[in-house]
Ligand binder design. Structure first.
Ligand code: PMP
Length: 317
């Protein structure tokens, strides 16, 4: 049994509950984050990837909904680190902070309501079972930012993701790619999309009704930096361009870098993991595990000193 931050304190997981009457449950009035922490065996350290950016986005998501977070981003970051310590985490971990309307009154209101923070964590390995996946273009359109803010991570927007993913799975695909109402490529159900064509990497902007992605932003920097030095452009992408791309991959905190080998039964490139995708995936792996000094500032160490190092030093002595 682990512990969860719930409203004002750390409690046993089993005690982190909300009422069936909760507005957050009835209407999805809240927003959330998804953060990964990576275990580095050589350094015997757990690194939270881009913690400050994740908590900042969470607070901004709440602001988009017109909710005031009960804590500033810095305090939420402290709670995340303390949560990992209290749960003795020494393996790859997913962290889920939620900011939600903490009221059991009937109507769907976002004004004059208490807002609570809960944060739980769980072990998480690969998000997709296969090394590369087969996607469909969904018949569901991505929720428009002016309907349910797609730039943020509102709980309610995940009905859109779940519908698209359910349709994909029922039809034998691994994942769905959603288009905007205007017909441009937006993103996957919980991942951003990149394609590579004629040596240039491209990805749609946030204005294509997709989340302001932290993995996406990281990949753009990593791809442009040496030794990869890949040319990147942010631009509109249409459905048919997916079919003639040399490489396509999805990315996100959960999905990390996931190569796409087929879309709508069409093979992408030669159907194997492309050279650029593989190189980016390898660099991202190194960065997240603390093996690339240039991006070390993206990592927040959980433990004051290497775990187990003190014990082994005293054993040797
Ligand atoms: N799009 C959606 C809809 C998502 O839920 C996620 C996961 N947070 C992503 C993209 C990937 O974003 P990030 O890299 O910030 O996790």
């Amino acid at each position: 049994m682990g512990v969860t931050w719930h409203r004002t304190a750390f409690v046993d997981d089993a005690d982190a509950t909300v009422s069936v009457r909760a507005k957050a449950f009835n209407y999805g009035l809240g927003c959330f984050g998804g953060i990964r922490a990576y275990w580095s065996e050589p350094q015997r350290q757990l690194f939270v990837f881009r913690l400050q950016d994740h908590v900042q986005r969470l607070v901004e998501s709440a602001r988009i909904l017109g909710l005031e977070s009960p804590h500033p981003a810095e305090r939420i970051a402290e709670i995340v680190l303390e949560l990992l310590r209290r749960n003795e985490r020494c393996e790859d971990t997913y962290i889920r902070p939620l900011l939600y309307v903490d009221s059991d009154e009937l109507s769907p209101t976002l004004t004059d309501v208490p807002v609570a923070l809960s944060v739980f964590c769980l072990p998480l390995g690969r998000y997709f079972a296969h090394e590369s996946i087969h996607c469909c273009v969904s018949s569901w359109r991505r929720v428009a930012d002016n309907a349910i803010p797609a730039r943020a991570k509102p709980t309610a927007a995940y009905l859109n993701s779940a519908l698209a993913r359910a349709e994909a799975r029922r039809n034998g695909f691994d994942e769905a790619i959603l288009l905007t109402d205007a017909g441009d490529v937006s993103e996957g159900s919980a991942e951003h999309l990149f394609l590579c064509r004629r040596g240039q990497l491209a990805s749609p902007p946030s204005t294509a009704d997709n989340l302001e992605g932290i993995t996406r932003r990281s990949i753009i920097e990593i791809a442009r930096a040496e030794p990869l030095g890949v040319d990147f452009v942010e631009r509109r992408i249409s459905r048919t361009e997916l079919y003639v791309a040399d490489e396509v991959f999805l990315c996100g905190t959960g999905a990390e870098v996931t190569p796409v080998s087929r879309i709508d039964h069409r093979r992408i490139g030669d159907g194997t993991v492309g050279r650029v995708t593989r190189a980016i995936a390898e660099r991202v792996h190194a960065v997240t595990r603390g093996a690339d000094e240039r991006f070390r500032h993206w990592l927040a160490p959980v433990w004051q000193e290497a775990r187990g190092a003190v014990a082994s030093a005293s054993t040797k002595a």
